[in-house]
Design a protein around this ligand. Structure first.
Ligand SMILES: *[C@@H]1O[C@H](CO)[C@@H](O)[C@H](O)[C@H]1NC(C)=O
Ligand SMILES: *[C@@H]1O[C@H](CO)[C@@H](O)[C@H](O)[C@H]1NC(C)=O
Ligand SMILES: *[C@@H]1O[C@H](CO)[C@@H](O)[C@H](O)[C@H]1NC(C)=O
Length: 143
């Protein structure tokens, strides 16, 4: 029984690794040469709780933008606040950082209260830490 659980855990680990590699393989090269503009992320913020599979609008402050931006294409990554881990998990891409919002689907990551989203435009800008919750294959969060 113990062996079975350990074996399944290893299998699921490799399945999720494959998913990460697929994401890496499809990642587009980062655009260069932009005016520096790093808008402040407004949502999610400290105290936000997202459930896996839900859809939410990530929003950011566009009030201090420079008059001209050569390339406003943005990308949103999931990261963990502790240890500055940036997952190769892209929640949204190919949107304009001038929009001030983009809808994302909460990914099926481990439940934790130290996630951040990083908005990449001209440079990266992270949100405050927030929580992603929901069921996990490792059992401790099942209802
Ligand atoms: C987040 O909010 C909690 C409670 O409202 C507070 O204790 C904590 O210091 C805040 N953290 C940050 C980074 O603002
Ligand atoms: C995100 O914002 C757009 C525009 O305001 C809205 O149409 C959409 O329903 C919002 N999505 C969610 C998940 O709230
Ligand atoms: C990015 O968005 C633009 C305009 O919405 C669209 O024309 C283009 O095909 C998109 N590119 C990719 C790689 O999805």
């Amino acid at each position: 029984m113990k062996f079975t659980i350990a074996f399944m855990t290893v299998c699921l680990f490799f399945v999720s690794l494959l998913g990460v590699f697929a994401q890496l393989a499809s990642a587009r090269p980062v655009q260069k040469k932009r005016d520096v503009y790093s808008p402040r992320v407004l949502y999610p913020h400290n105290g936000t709780v997202w459930s896996k599979g839900q859809r939410h609008n990530v929003t950011w402050d566009t009030s201090n933008r420079p008059a001209e931006i050569t390339n406003p294409i943005g990308e949103i990554h999931l990261a963990q606040a502790q240890g500055d881990i940036i997952y190769p998990l892209i929640l949204a891409s190919n949107f304009s950082v001038l929009d001030g919002r983009v809808e994302v689907e909460v990914p099926w990551v481990a439940t934790s209260s130290d996630y951040t989203v990083v908005l990449f435009g001209d440079s990266g800008n992270a949100s405050p830490a927030f929580t992603i919750q929901g069921p996990s294959i490792f059992g401790d969060e099942w209802p």
